[in-house]
Design a protein around this ligand. Structure first.
Ligand SMILES: Nc1ncnc2c1ncn2[C@@H]1O[C@H](COP(=O)(O)OP(=O)(O)OP(=O)(O)O)[C@@H](O)[C@H]1O
Ligand SMILES: [Mg+2]
Length: 356
C-alpha cells in the first residue's frame, strides 16, 4: 500500500501531499476539482500509461515548471518516483529507491487496479480494451507480464516493419529470429493470461455476494500453442505483409464475459448491470491476488459509488473493508457515509487537498 503520495505539477495539482492509511481514502469535491487526477497519478505507479493513457505533456501542469512528478512511499519504506521533472517533455523516468528502473519493474513493488467511468463501455468496446484490462489483472498475479508483453510487441513491430519493407531484400534469418522471439515471449504472455482467467473463473464461481452479478470469463480469438504461433508467423508472412500487421497471435485475443445468471454476453446487459459485473470481477480479482500473493492490490475506484444504488454501495464498502487500500472519488461526501470510521476523508478543490 501507499503510505505517502505527493504530486508536483501534476495536472491541476501544483503541490499536493497525502499521508494515506491502509484502508479507505475518500476524495470528495466538485466537478473539475482534481479527484480523478489523483487516481491517475497513482495509476502511474504501475507499468503502462496510466488510467487515462494520456501523453506525458498533457499531464504536466499548465503554467507549471514544465514537467511533472509523482512520488510515493510504500508501507515497507520503499520509495517510488516517476515523472518528467528535469527531463525532456516526452521522457518519463521511473525510480525505485532513487535508482532509475524500467517502468515494467514497478509491478514487482505494487499492484494497482482501477475502475473508471470510461470503463463502463468495456464490454462493447473493441477487443483491445478488454485485452488491456485482462493484462492489468494478469500483472497483479504475474509481475513479469508487462515485460513479456513489451518484448513480444517490440519483436512484432520489428517484424511488421521488415515485412513492410518487403521485396526480396528481407533477410529471412532476421525475420525468423524475430518470429522466434515473438514465440518465446508470446507463449509466456498467453499462458499468464490463461492462468489468470482460470484462477479468476474459479474464484468467481465461489463468490457468495448477491450484490454483484456473477460473470463467466473465457479467452477467445486465438487458440495458441507455441508451435502453432511459429507456424502462423512463418506461414503468414505474405498475408501479414499485405495486411501491414500480424494477423495471428496472442495480441489478437479477446476476453469474453458472460452474465452467468442470464446466460447472456455482458455487452447485452444494461449499463448498470455491466458496471456491477465489472465491479464483481475486480473485487474477486483483488481478493484472489491478496490470497495468492499476500499483497492486496491498491484499488482506484473513480466515481463508482455514485453509480450504485444504496444497497449495492454498502455491499461494496462491506466487501472492501479490511481488504487493502482503496481510493474512491465522488462529487458528494455523503456517498461515503457507509465507509469505515478509520477512512481518510479528503476534500479536493481547485487542485488542493484538505482534510474534511
Ligand atoms: N495539464 C493540466 N494542467 C492544469 N490543469 C489541468 C491539466 N489537465 C487537466 N487539468 C484540469 O484538471 C481538472 C480535471 O481534474 P479531474 O479530472 O481530476 O476532476 P474531477 O475532480 O475528477 O472532476 P469530475 O467530478 O468532473 O470527474 C480540469 O479542470 C482540467 O482543466
Ligand atoms: Mg473525475
Amino acid at each position: 500500500m501507499i503510505a505517502r503520495l505527493s504530486l508536483t505539477d501534476f495536472r491541476n495539482h501544483a503541490d499536493s501531499v497525502i499521508a494515506a492509511p491502509s484502508g479507505f481514502v475518500v476524495l470528495a469535491g466538485d466537478n473539475g476539482a482534481g479527484k480523478t487526477n489523483v487516481l491517475e497519478a497513482l495509476s502511474l505507479l504501475a507499468p503502462g500509461r496510466g488510467l487515462r493513457r494520456a501523453s506525458l505533456s498533457d499531464m504536466a501542469r499548465q503554467r507549471g515548471g514544465g514537467g511533472f512528478g509523482v512520488a510515493a512511499t510504500l508501507a515497507d519504506g520503499v520509495t517510488i518516483g516517476t515523472g518528467t521533472l528535469g527531463q525532456a517533455p516526452e521522457r518519463r523516468v521511473v525510480r525505485v529507491d532513487g535508482v532509475a528502473t524500467p517502468a515494467t519493474a514497478l509491478a514487482e513493488r505494487l499492484s494497482v487496479l482501477w475502475l473508471t467511468p470510461a470503463m463502463d463501455r468495456l464490454f462493447v468496446e473493441p477487443a483491445g480494451e478488454r485485452r488491456r484490462f485482462l493484462d492489468r489483472l494478469t500483472l497483479a498475479l504475474a509481475p513479469g507480464h508487462a515485460h513479456q508483453a513489451a518484448r513480444y510487441e517490440a519483436a512484432m513491430r520489428q517484424r511488421n516493419r521488415l515485412l513492410g519493407e518487403g521485396g526480396s531484400d528481407v533477410d529471412p534469418d532476421w525475420l525468423a529470429a524475430l518470429e522466434a522471439r515473438m514465440v518465446e515471449h508470446g507463449a509466456v504472455l498467453d499462458a499468464e493470461r490463461r492462468a489468470t482467467v482460470a484462477a479468476l473463473s474459479a474464484r468467481l464461481a465461489g463468490v457468495e455476494d448477491d450484490a454483484f452479478p456473477r460473470a463467466d470469463l473465457a479467452i477467445e480469438g486465438w487458440e495458441g500453442a507455441p508451435d502453432q504461433l511459429l507456424r502462423d508467423l512463418a506461414g503468414g508472412r505474405a498475408r501479414d505483409a499485405a495486411a501491414g500487421r500480424t494477423l495471428a497471435g496472442p495480441h489478437r485475443i479477446d476476453l469474453a464475459v458472460t452474465h452467468r445468471e442470464k446466460d447472456q454476453p455482458a455487452a447485452l446487459a444494461s449499463t448498470g448491470e455491466q458496471k456491477a459485473l465489472l465491479l464483481g470481477i475486480l473485487l474477486a480479482h483483488a481478493e484472489l491476488v491478496a490470497d495468492r500473493t499476500g499483497r492486496p492490490p491498491v484499488l482506484l475506484l473513480d466515481e463508482v459509488a455514485a453509480h450504485l444504488d444504496p444497497l449495492r454501495r454498502h455491499a461494496l464498502f462491506d466487501r472492501l473493508a479490511g481488504r487493502g487500500q482503496v481510493w474512491m472519488t465522488g462529487t458528494e461526501a455523503r456517498l461515503f457515509d457507509g465507509v469505515p470510521d478509520d477512512a481518510l476523508r479528503l476534500e479536493v478543490s481547485g487542485g488542493r487537498i484538505d482534510p474534511r
